[in-house]
Ligand binder design. Structure first.
Ligand SMILES: NC(=O)c1ccc[n+]([C@@H]2O[C@H](COP(=O)([O-])OP(=O)(O)OC[C@H]3O[C@@H](n4cnc5c(N)ncnc54)[C@H](O)[C@@H]3O)[C@@H](O)[C@H]2O)c1
Length: 258
């Protein structure tokens, strides 16, 4: 059956690979991104988030079968907080009503294995309290203090926690919508191009993000998982943060999942 998908970050990397994989299967994809997309919006802004929902409603005719909240940034910047956490939530929550008309609605977000790194608790709490001005303020403080490296992982930890906290709720599980996340390791995309530009840089990166199983992955690897999580076949995964990371979660966390 042909399904209609909304994919954010569709112009590049994992989002583009996902859109391709879905259209190859005959599905319809409505892409959203800053540029080169059906819906061109800036998800760091309230206006952009509202436009996303309004245009998705128009283009889909009022029903989506799946939402893939994937757009993101990794720079130490306030925009990273605005798009990775608040933009992803606005995508998932704003588009949830459009999933109501689907016979097999699905939703997924792209988190990261970086959610395992030490986080800034004040930024994390501001995100989880849904206080965007406080979160942006704290992120700027971290950047000014030379601790901007914590911003990305903290936004991804917050996103993963939000998924865990909301997946079983009346709005998601109660409406028969599996809500899950993927947590990629290092993936070859424009986001990581500089980090993997030389052998030496790659070696340093893999020391931080160990990937004993097959090393750095192509975007298609994550795309295939996103396609499964948003397929009709996925009826019972609820609030899972699935690490597709060549083993970094296992190496870093070991037994601690239980
Ligand atoms: N590449 C990796 O190693 C890796 C690892 C873990 C998680 N991720 C996550 O995967 C997702 C996709 O990243 P990617 O590697 O494909 O990177 P990418 O840079 O190739 O693609 C990200 C896309 O998001 C879009 N985007 C950024 N800010 C936006 C905004 N304000 N509004 C709308 N769109 C915006 C960009 O324009 C771009 O097309 C991100 O959430 C990223 O954090 C990537």
């Amino acid at each position: 059956m042909t399904r209609t998908y909304l994919v954010t970050g569709s112009a590049s990397g994992i989002g583009a690979a996902t859109a391709r994989a879905l259209t190859d299967q005959g599905h319809r994809v409505i892409g959203a991104d800053l540029h080169d997309a059906d819906i061109e919006v800036d998800l760091t802004t309230h206006e952009g988030r509202e436009t996303l929902v309004a245009r998705a409603r128009e283009l889909s005719g009022g029903t989506l079968d799946a939402v893939i909240a994937n757009a993101g940034l990794s720079s130490p910047s306030t925009a990273t907080v605005a798009v990775n956490y608040f933009g992803a939530l606005a995508t998932l929550e704003g588009l949830r009503p459009l999933l109501a008309g689907s016979s097999a609605p699905r939703a997924v977000a792209t988190a990261s294995m970086a959610s395992l790194f030490p986080v800034d608790d004040e930024l994390l709490q501001a995100c989880l309290a849904h206080d965007e001005p406080a979160a942006l303020h704290r992120a700027q403080h971290l950047i000014d203090a030379g601790a901007g490296g914590q911003v990305y992982g903290t936004t991804k930890r917050a996103l993963a926690l939000w998924i865990r906290r909301n997946a079983a709720s009346a709005e998601w599980a109660g409406a028969s919508i599996p809500l899950n996340a993927v947590a990629p390791g290092i993936i070859r995309t424009p986001m990581t191009a500089d980090l993997t530009a030389t052998e030496e840089a790659t070696k340093g990166l893999l020391e931080m993000v160990p990937m004993p199983l097959n090393g750095i992955a192509d975007a298609r690897v994550v795309a295939d998982l996103l396609v499964f999580l948003t397929s009709e076949a996925n009826s019972h995964l609820c609030g899972q943060v699935i690490f597709v990371d060549g083993g970094s979660d296992v190496v870093i966390r070991g037994d601690s999942t239980w």
